[in-house]
Design a protein around this ligand. Sequence first.
Ligand code: FES
Length: 178
Amino acid sequence: MTWHAKPSGSMKVDKRDEPYVNDALKAAWTKDILPKYENKHGALMPVLHDLQHHVGWLPLQAMAEVADFLGIPPGDVLDTATFYEEYHTHPVGEHVIGICQSIACEACGHQAILDHLRTKLDIEPHETTADGKFTLLALECLGACDTAPCCLVNDDRHDNLTIEMLDQIIDNLPSKSS
Ligand code: FES
């Protein structure tokens, strides 16, 4: 892994007129999320999760709106969203498939599974298929080392993974557009 300095000072934020953090989301977060946390920073991660659930990913404009809503520095939102792999800071496909590449999964054959998917989907990790259907990710430990190798398909973790299992899971994923 290499470190890249973020050009935050000169970063261009693409803006759309309609806010991502609309009144309905603000009302829901105020009612359901904020009361569970001692301060606004504490609510940041669940707010980002919910926003990503609604938008599909986290555009810079949306992060700035979250900062505004929570009354915290935009840089704190950006740092959090870019630190954790579970947040998507770029658009992703209809289905996100993440193969764990940490030590236990690596020892249990993650590479063969990842290579199979690279060939099957014709993309590299952190790319999306041309039809927008699948995004492939290589993830760090999913917390299920005793049942390695593991993957995440959208929000579901699958353990003791084999290539055959993964093929079956992927081939049976519903198309959200149909
Ligand atoms: S190393 Fe893959 S789940 Fe822990």
